[in-house]
Write a protein that binds this ligand. Structure first.
Ligand code: PDD
Length: 297
């Protein structure tokens, strides 16, 4: 059988793949997992997404901390250390010639005969890919994006960055052509399918769902909130309803790849003036300055 490169990739793309026995840098289309990999059969694994800009990894320590937390939560133990993952990532960036990249790390419980019980002797599969960083468009940054709301059908441990993303995938596609679906659980907006959600209320405070089992604790969220506090922007980590969001002065979303993006319409209704708001712009600038400091170091 001839192995064709995946669409959108080319033969020179290099990926890191470790089947639990040996790890190697391999031509991307040739990196294949076993049919009995538990990630494939049970979504029995976790992942991380990190952004690189100008060869620098943004908030690497926080991402690694969350990776370790996810692994612990699902009881996967890997011998891959922070140092070794860092070395692999830097080598991938170099080999792929990407100074700005989206880095994807996935660790599954490994290869074993299909059985729900944890296998006794499986060794975690580790894969790391890098791809060009898809930044938001100038138009999205300037004019903001629109979101719609959809019921949150996910499980109760959304704090774990599990590769089991079917509800997220379905909601995100249902939302098209909107940028994102904000998910509603028990009458409150938890987060987006792949982003955290925020509103700016009448007092000027930023309101966002508290970090608990009902949302993924976003790294961009963590950094943005810390920067906001430092810059005297008030924060309320409390759930908010769709009605509150529709009445808000401003709204925005965050993620590793989107950074901070203004949200100007929810379910077809304008938020505030229908243009990116003052607090959102201020926080975008503060966050961009923070990233600039890292990337120009
Ligand atoms: N998504 N909420 C969910 C459900 C997410 O999947 C993500 C990240 C976030 C934002 O987290 P962070 O700021 O750490 O990127 C919030 C990644 C980017 C993804 O799945 O591609």
């Amino acid at each position: 059988m001839r192995l064709e490169p995946l669409q959108g990739s080319n033969h020179s793309r290099i990926t890191y793949f470790n089947d639990g026995r040996t790890g190697k840098f391999i031509s991307h289309p040739l990196a294949k997992t076993h049919v009995d990999d538990r990630g494939l059969q049970f979504s029995d694994g976790i992942y991380e997404v990190i952004a690189a800009e100008n060869w620098q990894l943004i908030d690497e320590d926080l991402h690694y901390k969350r990776l370790v937390r996810s692994l612990k939560a699902v009881g996967i133990s890997t011998s891959a250390s922070k140092k070794s993952i860092h070395v692999i990532i830097m080598e991938l960036l170099r080999r792929n010639g990407l100074k700005d990249a989206m880095i994807y790390i996935q660790i599954t419980r490994g290869i074993a005969k299909r059985d729900h019980y944890f296998p006794k002797n499986s060794r975690p599969t580790l894969l790391i890919t890098v791809a060009p960083l898809k930044k938001p468009s100038a138009e999205e940054i300037e004019n903001g994006v629109v979101v719609i709301t959809i019921p949150d059908l996910r499980w109760q441990r959304r704090d774990i960055k599990s590769i089991s993303l079917l509800p997220n995938v379905l909601a995100k596609n249902q939302a098209l052509p909107a940028k994102e679906a904000w998910l509603i659980d028990n009458g409150v907006i938890t987060e987006g399918c792949s982003t955290n959600a925020y509103i700016v209320i009448a007092s000027g405070a930023v309101k966002t769902h508290p970090k608990n089992n009902l949302i993924l604790g976003g790294i961009t969220r963590e950094t943005a909130l810390a920067l906001a506090k430092k810059n005297k922007i008030k924060i309320e980590e409390k759930p908010f309803t769709l009605q509150e969001a529709l009445n808000a002065k401003e709204a925005f979303l965050t993620s590793t790849t989107a950074k901070i993006l203004p949200v100007v319409k929810i379910d077809g209704k304008k938020i505030g003036s229908g243009k990116p708001g003052k607090i959102t712009r201020k926080l975008m600038k503060i966050y961009n300055d923070y990233v600039d400091k890292i990337t120009k170091a």
